[in-house]
Structures are given as C-alpha cells and as structure tokens.
Design a protein around this ligand. Structure first.
Ligand SMILES: *Cc1c(COP(=O)(O)O)cnc(C)c1O
Length: 430
C-alpha cells in the first residue's frame, strides 16, 4: 500500500508545477515516474520493467548508465567540470575532435559545439546562410524536404515540415522551399521541380535527414534519388547540410547514414547518441571549404554564436567514451547481429496482410499497420498502452510502429521485442 501512495504522490506532485514537452496537458494522461535505468531496462517506481525499444529517443544506444561511460565522466567530474570555451580549451574537447573526425564521413574538418539537436541544425542553417553572405552571394533561402523534422528553435522549426503544432510561429519563419522525399518512383519529377527552384530562388543550403526521416514516422528514402538531389544542389553551389541527429552513430548500420550515400555533406548536425544518453550536447561539423569562408581578417566574418555550456568537459568525456564503444568490435558485432535479425523479421512481416511497408536499416525497423484508423479511435495510444503493459517502451506514431533498440540489446531481448510486435499485429484482422 505504501508503494502505491508514493506513486500517486509523485504523479500528483508532477502535475502541480511541471510542464512536459510535446504535451497538451488537458487531454494527456498522467506522467509515469521512472526511477531507474540500467542497460536496456527502464524501471518505474512500482518496480515494473520495460525494455527501452527506442533507446530513449535514440540516445542511450550503449545502454543506460553504462559503467564504461559513467566511470569516465565521474573521473572527469573530479578534475575539470566546466570552463569557458572561448579563449580556453581542454583535453576532453580535443580528444573528442580527434576521435570524431576519424569516423565522420570524408571531408569533415572542423567541429562547432552546441547544446542539443535543435541548436546543431540551427548552426547548420546559420553556416549555410553566412557562408554565402561572407562570399558576397545574395542567397537567403533554405531548401528542405517536406515533412522533415529538424528541431524546435526558430530556424529548425522553419526548415521542418509545416505542422499544426508550429502554426503560432509561421509568420516568423526564415524562407524555405520544399521538395518531396524521393521514393524511387518520383525521382525525375523531384529533379525537375528542384531544377526550377534552383533557377528561380537563391538557395543557400539544403538541409536533409539522410535516408530516414525519424519524426515523419521513419520514412525511408530512395538512395539514388537522394544522391541525385545532392549532386544537383552541389552543382548549384548549394551547401549540403546533413541532419544526422537521429541517424548518426551507428543506427543505420554504418557510423553515419551519409556513409551509405555517394555525395558527401558539407555540414553535419549531430546530437542524441553523440553523448550516449548521458548528457545533453550537440555538434555541427563542416568541411574546410565552409570553414575557409569564415576565416578572415574581417572579424564580422566569424561565426558569432556561442552557448554558455559550449564543449562542456563532462559531455565531451561522455561523447568520447561513446565513440570508443561504437568503434569497438563488440558493439560493431552487436549492431550487425541486430541488423541481421531485423532483416529476418522484416521478411516475416512482409507475409502479413495486416502490415504495410515493412522496412529496416541497421537497428531501425518500422512498419505500418494496415488498419482503418477510424475504427480504433486513438490507435497510437492503444498501441502505446499495449506495449507498455507487456513491458516494452515504444512510441508508435499514428499507425506506424518502429523500434530503435540499444546496441546492447541481447538476442533474448530482441526475440521478446519481435514476439510482442507479432502479438500486437495479430490483434488486428486483415
Ligand atoms: C531530435 C531531432 C532533432 C532535435 O534535437 P533536440 O535535441 O530534440 O533539439 C533534430 N533533428 C532530428 C533529425 C532529430 O531527430
């Protein structure tokens, strides 16, 4: 009885002063208190366990509270916690830069620190706009995919796909032209459309989530189509800004999704798994060409952007430890094992009439339920509750179900995930 009281107490206390993200509190249910996270398992304050099937929004890919990472951060914490990164530097940032440049796609040379995914893309956009400004080009428009998601600050919102949620701010957005995502059937039309945009508008940069749009319900792109778009943009001197906030650090089976694509980006935005789910930090990297456009005797040509916690030594230490794990044989093999079992499961899903568009890439697996949405009321909530009751934390989007399991998910745990996905699908008659 005592336990229950404490629980209801936490929920009640939460609702008193806390305002949660992406939540309309009037219609949302109570927040579930989570008291512990270890490896792949989240534990609520009544002791119920949940497999973290989405790595807590694609962050905790090496498992929660991974001692390899927490020990390093603990040691760093006792030595240097925080220092101004303008005028000073420190070893964790330097070591991180050396380790990261080694695994970034070809051509990346310089790293600019920031605080999260939104600011990472915000700086990507600023780099593209100021690059052309510094070169004396009159290019003030960004190009983006329809239905993309790049974050919640103003620049990031502007280049994200228009949604009902951003309506209050639309009048304040920067100028953006949008093109559809290439799916293999529409590649030529998109190139035609892009050609006319490029001839009509002065486009500074193209921001894109390479190969998979996360928030648009794990929408996969046609690789050749994307590559052709990137090529055409480059021919027109449009800077290529890859938003790898979701796809980065192993999720698609390679270190970065851009590794799968021939045409490499000029700028890469990173966050989420960058710091292994331990501390918030973002990074925007660029190639020498971009950096050179800011390198000048004219002070105003510099990138005058900075956050108070820029390159926080603890976050840098977590990121460095994460990269050490990512490049280890053990994690590489785990990613390979999960990728293979995902592919096998996708083959099984393709036999099912209740399933549409089963797909996987690396540890990411997604499919749509082939059901009449209206028949099930709030399908998303129903699916969410189904999985939570069975001990699996997922965040379905509409009729899309997807997983992004941590790389340390065991074979047994993967099996449990697949069985629960099957059970869920089997509830619905084709
Ligand atoms: C999550 C996400 C962002 C925003 O990151 P935040 O840290 O939530 O600000 C930007 N781009 C992509 C592709 C994302 O998945």
């Amino acid at each position: 009885m005592q336990e229950v009281e404490i629980t209801s107490n936490l929920k009640e206390r939460d609702s008193k002063h806390l305002w949660h993200p992406l939540t309309q509190h009037k219609v949302s249910s109570e927040m579930l208190p989570i008291s512990k996270a270890s490896g792949v398992i989240l534990t609520d304050d009544e002791g119920r366990e949940y497999i973290d099937g989405i790595s807590s929004w694609y962050t905790a890919v090496y498992g929660h509270c991974n001692p390899y990472i927490t020990n390093k951060v603990f040691a760093q914490m006792q030595n240097l916690d925080q220092v101004v990164f303008s005028g000073f530097t420190h070893e964790p940032a330097i070591e991180l830069s050396e380790a990261l440049i080694k695994i970034l796609p070809e051509g990346q040379q310089k790293l600019f620190f920031n605080d999260n995914g939104s600011t990472a893309t915000e700086i990507g956009i600023k780099m593209a706009l100021q690059y052309h400004h510094n070169l004396g080009n009159d290019r003030k428009v960004m190009l983006a995919f329809e239905n993309g998601f790049h974050g919640d600050t103003f620049g990031a919102m502007s280049v994200s796909g228009l949604s009902v949620y951003n309506g209050a701010f639309e009048d304040h957005f920067i100028r953006v032209e949008r093109i559809p995502v290439p799916d293999g059937t529409n590649n030529i039309e998109i190139l035609d459309q892009l050609e006319s945009i490029l001839n009509k508008e002065e486009i500074a940069g193209f921001i894109y989530e390479p190969l998979i749009q996360g928030a648009a319900a794990m929408k996969f792109h046609d690789n050749e189509g994307l590559n052709a778009i990137l090529k055409l943009c480059r021919q027109h001197e449009v800077l290529l800004v890859a938003d790898e906030v979701m796809t980065g650090f192993g999720k698609t089976g390679t270190y970065f999704a851009s590794d799968h694509i021939e045409e490499k980006p000029d700028v890469i935005c990173m966050s989420k798994a960058l710091t292994a789910g331990l501390l918030p930090m973002g990074l925007t990297s660029c190639n020498q060409k971009v950096y050179d456009a800011f390198y000048s005797d004219e002070i105003a040509k510099g990138l005058f952007h900075g956050h108070t916690y820029t390159a926080n030594p603890l976050a840098c230490t977590a990121a460095l430890a994460g990269i050490e794990l990512l490049t280890s044989e053990e994690i590489k093999q785990n990613i390979h094992r999960i990728s293979e079992s995902n592919q096998q499961f996708v083959r099984e899903l393709k036999q099912k009439q209740q399933v549409l568009n089963a797909r996987s890439m690396g540890v990411i697996l997604a499919f749509e339920l082939n059901v009449e949405m209206e028949r099930y009321g709030n399908l998303r909530n129903r699916l969410f509750r189904f999985f939570m009751e069975k001990g699996l934390f997922l965040r379905p989007l509409g009729n899309t179900i997807y997983i992004v399991p941590p790389y340390v998910t065991s074979e047994e745990q993967m099996k449990k995930i697949y069985i629960l996905l099957q059970e869920c699908i089997d509830q619905f008659q084709a």
